[in-house]
Design a binder for this molecule. Structure first.
Ligand code: NAG
Ligand code: NAG
Ligand code: NAG
Length: 646
């Protein structure tokens, strides 16, 4: 091989190396992301380290290894350098971890007097040192970073410090406010406020409000646990070691009470943070409502809407509490996280209510309009308009509330998209439910069409007692769904009902227990579709269910059951495969002589009326014989009368 070719081959190999490790053995200039003046606290002393392209304090770079970049979004990189101190003639290995534009962490080895090779001496090339062995450097010329990665929102907190004795200070005025106000003249998104309030019994507590600048956050592992770290700077503090603080938290802490624990250092270092329970300053944060005047109510909600309700959103269920002035949604997002949303009545006209909406822990206050229909049964139906914010300009107008009402409560604001007229009222269901007469009644045999067998009604043994039918042979088994005169607010469903009769001619099935008992809690007609809400305590999927029901002939009803308490607008009475549905039932009238179970049907045309029932067929057999004979008599008399007149 010619020497030229060899050179080429070497260059290619070198390139391959760079590509395959994403790293390089570069010429020794210090990484540009480190160039600045840095402050650190090392063994209790203040250390100021100026870094230039050629020098790290007094150290000069001899050799450098650039670690592969793990995340392309980061503006810096990790390096390991072999450095020489001209003063003491020592060689040092220096590992530098770039954390944020304002934070570096580094480790310097002890002094080597002779050079035994970069790779031999500097173990950091193979594996960077762990967080607990690093010194944290704080940039003296702050570069702006957004606080969102650290925190956002309003929190009340308790604090406890490790020095000076004391205890936990839990004052309602301990507040942390990290709010981003788009119209504000301040650099809101780079700063936040901590207000410490004094606790009389805690000596170390203080009364102080500090404005901190965020220096960025990073992720690091201690032991086996990955923590989120953040650094903050108190810009007015003169004492440098008190000026900077290091903080640490665990993402997804899943505390039962929705609180979030943070550890905070006392001085400008991160080494003292061992865990969220073991650190010089421990904060426990709880989400707090935003601090504004628009939380104070100015009007009253409909009196009979007060109480405890249940609602099913597209994603989550909520418990809703309404009193004269407020609506409160409590939404469980998962086992450990919940959200508290409050709405406070501000102005009202007819069925429309202008409300301020705020979420505990969030900064924003929105104005939204609620259009609330009068309550019927245990049901309140409402719809929500487009939310809007109050701008600084609007606030200057003394009539701003009236203007806001006109904007947020205009009928157009309820249709989010002008062309999309496909909306449906949201539904609040009284919880615990109060039963109403079911809009469908009678005795039926049914057929089921289901999206998966789990959706179907099937025989099951309720409670602990076994069905007595076990001892009785049954020759005729049918499906049965009924709502009879005995309790018209219940629908009983029996997937396998024994229709055989015993020696007295009574159905053996009298001893049958229904598989499911649904309690009707409300129904109405909307957009020419009848909706029914039922409650079944033993329903493992959803205690409340929404149904679309329809009478398709004199003797046949069709029902579509939704998977939750919410019926989608698209749901039809024949649906079982469309999203959100799962079961379609066809009911065929099957009243027997002795059942006393008249067919009834109410499409929910006017749910405000007192129970109004259309009896399709008269049920009471004994009575009807009397009536028929009476009618006969009348008819005979009438005919006779007419005949005589002519
Ligand atoms: C530096 O190394 C740490 C620890 O291995 C890693 O988490 C971080 O992402 C690295 N930083 C960059 C900029 O690659
Ligand atoms: C209504 O509820 C709100 C929020 O839960 C509460 O602050 C307020 O005191 C209640 N008002 C009354 C009259 O109970
Ligand atoms: C609730 O009150 C409204 C009017 O304030 C009335 O129209 C409605 O019928 C009431 N509903 C019930 C169930 O009392």
């Amino acid at each position: 091989m010619a020497p030229g070719n060899m050179e080429k081959a070497f260059v290619i190999k070198f390139l391959v190396l760079i590509v395959s490790f994403g790293a390089a053995w570069g010429a020794c200039t210090i990484d540009p992301s480190y160039i600045a003046d840095w402050y650190s606290m090392e063994v209790g002393r203040d250390v100021f380290t100026p870094v230039t392209p050629n020098k790290w304090g007094d150290l000069m770079c001899l050799e450098k290894y650039e670690h592969p970049i793990e995340d392309n979004f980061l503006k810096g990189r990790n390096t390991t350098m072999l450095m020489k101190d001209a003063g003491d003639n020592c060689l040092y290995c220096v590992d530098v971890l770039w954390r944020t534009p304002n934070i570096l962490q580094y480790k310097r080895s002890s002094c080597y007097t002779s050079n035994s090779g970069f790779k031999n001496m500097c173990k950091g090339i193979a594996k960077l040192p762990t967080q607990d062995t690093l010194v944290t450097l704080f940039k003296q010329t702050y570069e702006t970073v957004n606080c969102i990665s650290t925190w956002e929102g309003v929190y009340q907190f308790t604090y406890e410090v490790d020095w000076g004795g004391g205890g936990i200070c839990d004052n309602p005025d301990n507040l942390l406010k990290a709010c981003q106000d788009p119209g504000s003249p301040y650099v809101d998104n780079q700063v936040f406020l901590i207000t410490y309030a004094k606790c009389p019994t805690v000596q170390t507590s203080k009364s102080e409000t500090i404005r901190y600048q965020c220096m960025g956050s990073w992720f690091a592992v201690i032991g086996d646990t990955g923590y989120t770290f953040a650094a903050i700077e108190n810009t007015v503090e003169k004492d440098t070691r008190e000026k900077y603080k290091c903080m640490m938290t665990l993402k997804n802490q899943k505390q039962a009470d929705n609180s979030i624990r943070w550890a905070m250092s006392r001085f400008a270092e991160c080494g003292s943070l061992k865990s969220i329970y073991d650190s010089p300053n421990r904060l426990v944060l709880r989400r707090a409502p935003p601090q504004t005047q628009y939380i104070t109510p100015q009007c009253n909600l409909p009196r009979n809407a007060s109480g405890a309700w249940f609602t099913q959103g597209i994603q989550f269920k909520s418990k809703v509490t309404i009193n004269d002035t407020h609506i409160h949604y409590f939404t469980q997002r998962n086992e450990f996280e919940y959200e508290d949303t409050f709405l406070s009545c501000q102005q009202t006209l007819g069925t429309r209510y202008l409300m301020t909406k705020y979420i505990v822990g969030k900064c924003e206050v929105d104005f939204v309009c609620y259009d609330i229909l009068p309550r019927h049964h245990g049901i309140v139906r409402y719809r929500v308009g487009k939310p809007s914010r109050l701008t600084v300009d609007e606030l200057a107008d003394p009539q701003f509330m009236t203007k806001k009402f006109q904007e947020a409560c205009s009928w157009q604001s309820f249709t989010f998209n002008r062309d999309d007229t496909e909306w449906k009222y949201e539904v609040l269901i009284m919880d615990p439910p109060s039963p109403v007469y079911c809009p469908i009644g009678g005795r039926y045999n049914f057929k089921q069409e289901a999206n998966g067998w789990l959706e179907k009604y099937a025989t099951r043994i309720r409670g602990v007692t076994e069905k007595p039918r076990n001892q009785i042979s049954c020759r005729l088994v049918v499906s049965e769904m009924k709502s009879c005169s005995v309790d018209r607010s219940k629908i009983e469903i029996d997937a396998e009902y024994c229709e055989s009769v015993d020696y007295r001619g009574r159905p053996v099935g009298e001893y049958d227990e229904p598989d499911n008992i649904l309690t009707c809690v409300g129904y109405w007609l909307e957009d020419m579709k009848s909706y029914l809400i039922t409650y079944d305590e033993e329903d493992a999927v959803s205690k409340f269910r929404c149904w679309v029901y329809e009478r398709t002939s004199w003797t046949e009803l069709q029902l579509s059951r939704s998977q939750t308490a919410r019926c989608r607008r698209e749901q039809m009475s024949k649906d079982y495969l469309t999203e959100g549905t799962g079961l379609h039932m066809i009911l065929e009238e099957a009243e027997r002589l002795f059942d006393d179970c008249p067919q009834r049907f109410d499409p929910g045309l006017n749910p405000y009326l007192k129970p109004q029932v259309i009896y399709v067929l008269s049920g009471s057999v004994r009575l009807s014989a009397l009536v028929v004979s009476a009618l006969n008599t009348v008819l005979v008399l009438l005919v006779t009368h007419l005949v005589i007149r002519h």
